[in-house]
Design a protein around this ligand. Structure first.
Ligand code: PMP
Length: 292
């Protein structure tokens, strides 16, 4: 349980961390957020998350209430105040208090909220044995409607796909775009391995530009001597894949061994996925060691 919440420049007790019922973040999901992992008391890829936060805000015409440097500082203070060693930080900008009506410019002051707490990952056994997922019937919202690279407070598109997963008895759903191509999952990005080649949908499919995705493409896979191909992926490619894995701040890297009723590859977490999981942890530990 979080001891102190950052609210607009000060740390307050959880019971004092409140927002107005007139906040457009509540009324319309008007705002944006970030989820950041803490390892060994240090926020991982903090700068990338802060930059994406500022970018999400600007894309919805919300002038960030703090500069990137101020946000970094506030996040670090909140982690320290809550003595989080291994956990998770949620950063939220809400549009602020306004009148009833959509106009975001009727709101005077955006809010900045930072919560540092623990996180519940997928069950440990799934990292060893792999996870089952479904392909959601509901498509991912198209870029032209609401670019999924904006991490907005309105996650209903993902939540409703997540409900499809829960109703099917699994924990994650793959989302296709309106062209029927693979985009991402409700809270993770997706990769496949076919004949030794690692592939992932390119960002034009419409997705959150995952920081873990980028870490795997730019650092983890190259450290193993592999490159990642960003390309168009159709559902059939997934069913024909030797391996599939997901990436996310909370999920890290996790293997997928089944989609709908189909078994993927040999039905176990594949060797390339296992090597990437190992390398991921080595590199996280390495970054930590560099800072301490
Ligand atoms: N896609 C969606 C829709 C997400 O919400 C997330 C974050 N939970 C991701 C992908 C993974 O992104 P990241 O690696 O930056 O956490």
């Amino acid at each position: 349980m979080s001891r102190s919440i950052w609210m607009n420049g000060t740390l307050v007790a959880p019971q004092d961390a409140t927002v107005s019922v007139f906040d457009h973040g509540l009324l319309y999901g008007d705002g944006c957020f970030e989820g950041i992992r803490v390892y060994g008391g240090t926020a991982f890829k903090l700068r990338a998350h802060v930059d994406r936060m500022q970018d999400s805000a600007r894309r919805i015409y919300l002038e960030p209430p703090c500069t990137a440097d101020e946000l970094v500082d506030a996040i670090e203070q909140t982690i320290e105040a809550n003595r989080i060693e291994d956990g998770y930080v949620r950063v939220v900008y809400t549009r602020g208090k306004g009148s009833l009506g959509l106009n975001p410019f009727s709101c005077d002051q955006p809010s900045c909220i930072i919560i540092a707490d623990t996180i519940s990952l997928y069950p440990e056994a799934m990292y060893r044995d792999g996870m089952g997922v479904i392909i959601a019937k509901r498509p991912r919202v198209p870029i032209a409607c609401l670019d999924p690279q904006i991490k907005s407070l309105n996650y209903l598109n993902n939540i409703l796909a997540k409900v499809e997963a829960i109703e099917a008895g699994v924990l994650e759903a793959i989302m296709l775009n309106c062209q029927g191509n693979v985009a991402e999952c409700t809270g993770d990005n997706i990769f496949l391995v076919k004949d030794g080649v690692i592939k992932t949908p390119d960002t034009s499919a419409g997705m959150l530009h995952g920081i873990t995705r980028q870490f795997v493409i730019e650092e983890v896979a190259p450290a193993c001597g592999w490159t990642v191909e960003e390309c168009t992926i159709v559902p059939e490619d997934l069913f024909q894949a030797d391996e599939i894995f997901l990436t996310g701040t909370a999920a890290e890297v996790i293997g997928v061994t089944g989609i709908d009723a189909s078994v993927i590859g040999a039905g176990v977490v594949g060797p390339i996925t296992l090597r990437l999981i190992e390398q991921f942890h080595t590199m996280v530990a390495g970054e930590l060691a560099e800072r301490t």
